[in-house]
Design a protein around this ligand. Structure first.
Ligand code: BES
Ligand code: ZN
Length: 596
């Protein structure tokens, strides 16, 4: 039930009394006003006589949905509406056939709300500037389990599940999944959910470690308010590494590397429990407030758990991704600002809220938050600021101006010094100028891990390989991110002299035959950049095995920029895998391949 509030993002001006929500539903059958609270016994559903039908109509809004307009009989501060609707096919609601699951036995459905997809799941003020609690009753067929991003869930008779989220959250965080899934405990307030064939692997991957991440997060950023922190392993076509649905993070099964090497994704999603889910960007144009602060929080937790050297190494791989992204789009691309203008009228011209999912809000955002920490100059003072920030804005949606205003208020001595207008580093420049970050945090504490990888990449990029030097480097003990960093260096130097990549492939089966998704992505990029036709099947296999957007798009871009054979590989792979991909990912690939 919603209060009558105006939707900031809607861009439509309407006279009160109207209520406007956004919808992209199969069918809105009708709307009705419910009796005012207090006139029925609490918890009783209102009888049909108590409902006052209202004529709902829809108007064009954007390619992302329609405006649903419901005229109200009187202007009231608070009112309750009932909207009858059907949701079905829609970008936010994904229906998977049994073959698209890990077990291949039963179908699966899930919803993905971020950024503006939940309007195809239920009518809502689909903007992160509005928060509400919710409850849901979900009936599923025999043999299926329903889970939601809720603080409580209960199984009732008749395959019915009842959920409640007791804290106010933005619409994009409401999520549902239904499948043949089972759970296993991995900590005092955490369990993993997965299809039965994956549950052992899921439990083994994270048994006993989640609690440590949560405890460090609480120590740094304040209480974890959401009660449980559970993880749902999604089918392989899930388009993200992770999605921070409160109480129940959704993750790609690619994280099941067997060695916890990809736990940074879990730490990232846990960090959203404070940055994003408690303090939320008021508009998708300031997505960096969610992701930049979360990257910073993730790396703070990682530093406490794994140490500074490892965390700097991981951050260096993030910086490489930002470099690749800016090279791809051009530094001056309007999306390479932290504050992006998103207006419904502009969406058709290419800036739509989904496009903000790129490296800029993450890694340039991380640099900006690191710059703020650098201005403060003392880690424990900055940690205390982050905790105060969460406390000040929890359960609210804020703008960058709110965040930065609070920063200056919290550190009046910095405000006095005018740190917001230091030439070249103006806060407004950070926010509104596209391009490479004006400040990069010092990652040299990771040198002991990075230098050997850089040197080895040098050796492999040389004409006439120095095999003695190469054989002198023992990579058997290298951590996954060290190998990732090494491969990023090799990729940057590619194409290598004739024969070198073949040699590298033979020398390190640990890399070229790895099942670790982050290594597979880099290896496939290297294959394509060096046009190693003999290993094309690895690219194909990887793209058939999963549908994560951040793995899929770079590979299609690389194929399309490559030889005729690489382009043919792209077409062939896409026609075989398209039905399995999330519609957003499908559309992005079509754009790359010029199919639209
Ligand atoms: N909230 C994002 C995923 C997202 C972003 C979904 C935009 C829809 C639109 C999530 O927290 C995220 O950032 N995931 C990353 C994890 C990584 C940075 C460790 C991912 O999926 O790659
Ligand atoms: Zn995130």
């Amino acid at each position: 039930m919603a209060e009558a509030k105006w939707v900031r993002a809607a861009g439509l001006t309407l006279a009160v009394p109207f209520i406007l929500v956004l919808a992209r539903l199969v069918n809105v059958r009708g709307a009705a006003l419910l009796p005012p609270p207090g006139t029925a016994r609490h918890g009783d559903p209102p009888g049909p006589d108590a409902l006052q039908p209202l004529p709902a109509r829809t108007e064009p809004f954007a390619s992302f949905g329609r405006a649903l307009l419901i005229p109200l009989p009187r202007a009231e501060q608070r009112l309750s509406l009932q909207i009858d609707y059907e949701a079905g096919e829609g970008p936010g609601v994904c229906w998977l056939a049994p073959e698209q699951t890990a077990g291949k036995q039963k179908p699966f459905m899930y919803t993905q709300g971020q950024a503006v997809l939940n309007r195809s799941f239920f009518p809502c003020f689909d903007t992160p500037s509005v928060k509400c609690t919710y409850s849901a009753t979900v009936k599923v067929p025999e043999g299926f389990v329903a889970v939601m991003s809720a603080t409580s869930w209960e199984k009732k008779e008749d395959n019915t599940f009842v959920f409640e989220m007791s804290h106010p959250i933005p619409s994009y965080l409401i999520a549902l999944a239904v499948g043949d899934i089972v759970a296993a405990d991995v900590g005092p307030r955490s369990r993993v959910w997965a299809e039965p064939c994956l549950i052992e692997a899921a439990k083994k991957e994270y048994d006993g470690v989640i609690e440590e991440f949560l405890a460090v997060g609480e120590k740094l950023f304040g209480p974890y308010v959401w009660g449980r922190y559970d993880i749902l392993f999604m089918p392989p076509s899930f388009p993200f590494g992770g999605m921070e649905n409160p109480c129940l993070t959704f993750v790609t099964p690619c994280l099941l590397a067997g060695d916890r090497s990809l736990a940074d994704v879990i730490i990232h999603e846990i960090s959203h429990s404070w940055f994003g889910n408690l303090v939320t960007n008021a508009s998708w144009g300031e997505f960096w407030l969610n992701e930049g602060f979360t990257m910073y929080a993730q790396r703070r937790i990682s530093t406490e758990v794994y140490g500074l050297a490892y965390t700097c190494l991981e951050a260096a791989t993030g910086r490489a991704l930002l470099r690749q992204h800016m090279d791809n789009t051009g530094e001056d691309h309007p999306l390479n600002k932290l504050r992006v203008v998103i207006e419904p009228g502009l969406w058709e011209r290419g800036i739509n809220p989904e496009d903000t999912y790129n490296e800029t809000p993450y890694e340039k955002g991380f640099c900006f938050v690191s710059y703020l920490a650098h201005l403060v100059g003392d880690q424990s003072k900055f940690d205390a600021f982050l905790q105060a920030y969460v406390n000040r804005f929890k359960f609210q949606s804020i703008t960058a101006d709110d965040a930065l205003g609070f920063f200056l208020e919290y550190f009046p001595e910095l405000k006095e010094k005018g740190v917001d207008s230091i030439p070249g580093f103006e806060f407004s420049r950070w926010l509104d100028t596209p391009g490479w970050p004006p400040f990069l945090p010092d990652l040299s504490p990771g040198d002991a891990l990075m230098k050997p990888a850089e040197e080895l990449a040098e050796l492999w990029a040389a004409d006439g390989l120095n095999m003695e030097a190469i054989e002198g480097v023992d990579i058997t003990a290298w951590r996954t991110y060290q190998l990732v960093y090494f491969l990023d260096q090799v990729l940057q130097k590619s194409p290598l002299p004739q024969g070198n990549v073949e040699g590298l492939s033979k020398m390190y089966p640990k890399i070229s035959r790895s099942q670790n998704a982050e290594l597979r992505l880099r290896w496939c990029q290297i294959i394509l950049k060096n046009d190693l036709e003999a290993e094309y099947s690895k690219v194909k296999d990887f793209l058939h095995s999963q549908g994560k957007q951040k793995y899929t798009l770079p590979l299609y871009r690389a194929m399309w920029a490559g030889s005729e054979a690489a382009q043919a590989l792209a077409m062939e792979t896409f026609s075989a895998t398209a039905p399995q991909l999330h519609v957003n990912v499908q559309n992005y690939v079509k754009k790359i391949l010029g199919l639209e």
